[in-house]
Write a protein that binds this ligand. Structure first.
Ligand code: ADP
Ligand code: ADP
Length: 224
């Protein structure tokens, strides 16, 4: 097992219990976390990305203590949040190079090379000098994937990526995700069943903060 989540619970200060004793065994490859709005998906994603504290529980990425070794985690994490704050006046190329330097790619030449390769990969190379504020929804999501891929992450968290995308953009996004190596743990949170059946080798269903089922999509979805 690659990512082991054990008995995570989280209650917000307003009393909403967003995660109730969540345990998941997530293998390498694409994992779908499927659940309706308000199920607790973002709460789980933000907790794993160590952007908020859990009340109790643990998460281990192999031998890395995810919730406690935050600095180490962030070096191996690629995170595409649901609400992706972009700097509207900055170009894709500049922001990616900046993120690469934050993630420790020290040499300017190396950064440029890495960023150009990523821009090609996500089909944004022709738009690399445009301000991010002018990007369409699909372009923003592809930019989000590019930034999440910087630094060869071992864990990639993608929160509700296809909400608001048209079918063409969704397809492109699916293709891009499916190119991520099988040696990486990729968690895709979504309320769209098709995202999971098209992309994921394993999945869980979450509702009202609780895991209802986990297993292979073919076994779970057919039974729905
Ligand atoms: P915590 O309990 O973790 O301290 P807070 O209740 O203080 O969290 O809220 C943290 C942030 O989340 C705030 O910016 C707040 O506006 C936002 N927030 C509050 N309620 C919700 C909600 N129901 N859904 C999404 N975000 C929310
Ligand atoms: P999902 O991503 O599946 O839509 P969330 O994790 O965003 O679910 O929300 C789970 C529950 O927690 C919801 O009831 C939501 O309103 C609440 N919630 C989410 N974030 C916050 C927050 N920061 N503060 C208070 N309540 C929150």
């Amino acid at each position: 097992m690659a990512l082991s989540i054990r008995n995570l619970s989280k209650t917000y200060s307003n009393g909403v219990q967003a995660l109730k004793d969540v345990s998941l065994e997530i293998p390498k490859g694409m994992f779908g976390l499927l659940g309706p709005n308000g199920a607790g998906k973002s709460s789980l994603m933000r907790t794993l990305a160590t952007l908020q504290e859990a009340d109790s529980g643990e998460a281990w990425l192999d031998d890395l203590d995810v919730l406690r070794e935050k600095d180490k985690l962030r070096q191996v994490l690629g995170y595409l949040p649901q609400e992706f704050g972009l700097y509207p006046k900055v170009s894709a190329q500049m922001l990616l190079e900046h993120i690469a330097s934050l993630k420790g790619v020290a040499s300017r030449g190396e950064r440029r090379e890495l960023v150009e390769a990523l821009l090609h990969k996500v089909n944004l190379y022709p738009h690399r000098k445009k301000e991010l504020g002018t990007y369409s929804g699909g372009m923003k999501q592809r930019f989000g994937i590019a930034q999440a891929l910087i630094g060869n992450p071992r864990l990639i968290i993608v929160d509700e990526p296809t909400a608001g995308l048209d079918p063409t953009e969704r397809n492109r996004f699916h293709n891009l995700l499916s190119e991520i190596g099988e040696n990486t743990v990729v968690i895709l949170s979504t309320h769209i069943v098709d995202d999971v059946t098209h992309l994921c080798n394993s999945m869980a269903i979450i509702s009202q903060g609780q895991v209802l089922e986990q297993g292979r999509p073919a076994d779970i979805i057919e039974g729905m």
